[in-house]
Design a protein around this ligand. Sequence first.
Ligand code: CMC
Length: 391
Amino acid sequence: TGMFTYDPGFTSTGSCESAITYIDGDAGVLTHRGYNITDLAENCSFLEVAYLLLNGDLPNRTEFEGFERAITLHTMVHEQIHKFFEGFRRDAHPMAVMCGVVGGLAAFYHDSTDIDDAHHRMIASHRLIAKMPTIAAWAHKYAMGQPLMYPRNDLRYASDFLHMMFAVPCEPYHVSPVLSKAMDRILILHADHEQNASTSTVRLTGSSGANPFACVAAGIASLWGPAHGGANEAVLTMLTQIGTLDRVPEYVKRAKDKDDPFRLMGFGHRVYKNYDPRAKIMARTCHEVLEELGVKDPLLDVAMELERIALEDEYFIEKKLYPNVDFYSGIIFKAMGIPVSMFTAIFALARTTGWVAQWNEMITDPVQKIGRPRQLFRGKDHRDFVPMDKR
Ligand code: CMC
């Protein structure tokens, strides 16, 4: 049967070659196509970063305008998709809605499901990036019992998403530039992170030749879990549960207890064994947003106290557990008025860009083949068959 390495959780398996994202976990460095994440988050718009991930270089003005036009061409979803939403319970989790609706896109866009055709691949990529904000915002609107708002192509990507989230047809809605900037930055910080669980899922799904809409739906499912994208939701739930500053030590103690399954959500990372560079930018953005909005959130104090205590604690130091990207994003979302259940959905909409870029890279990689891990069989060796009435 040949030899292979047993590597649970793929902690030491390289699954592909990639030129998109580089992480130096020990140094706490993250780059996309060679550009430092801090430079990108501070100077670019999300669609610029999306272009970079997809095409390899930052766009010049003409290229950017062309890309933005190509994306806005696809911001609406097929009108029948409206009906999908009505099939869900109003209290459905937005991630459940996203899994279903995004998977269903393949049934509508047959002219972009031929993965061997470069034009099809490009259109599918643009469609996915363009439609995710619409689908995510509609999941929210549906839960609220409010009319679903159509996209507005005169607005920038992040502003359009906020508009679809918060506007209602009966009165004008002005997207706050502070919120728009913060959302744009959050999207950039979540855009790609090399071969994480959901991206690996997208690649594995795509390796069988499945269409990109199905692949991204699989990525959304993988992202949903609390050890991955679901962590931002779990962080806020945890901070709410802790509630007050005096209770922080108790929870830090619980996190260290081997017999207690409780973990500090938003702490630790498979690759970063130093501060997550995204968390640094997120922390700064969080303070800026709360200040500009004039929001005083006691949960931010709890978060800061938690960070302070954990960073001084031997357990966390020894295990190299630092706040990750999800630690602060939830507090920003909360200040923006975004419900907790939407946090992971927003992560999914941002990560779609990375998924799509990685999927394209995989499809055009000449050595790519179907992903097919092996196993160590630990079951029974041989058993004689026994008819049912003799068992
Ligand atoms: N709180 C307390 N202890 C922890 C934590 C934590 N958050 N994270 C890891 N540990 C301990 C863990 O118990 C283990 O201890 P020991 O070696 O004594 O058994 C050790 O640290 C190593 O943990 P691991 O689970 O083997 O590490 P991993 O690389 O498999 O897991 C992780 C990484 C992110 C899943 C994990 O750190 C975790 O569960 N964190 C909380 C959830 C979270 O914030 N996830 C978001 C990740 S970043 C965004 C994203 O990718 O979506």
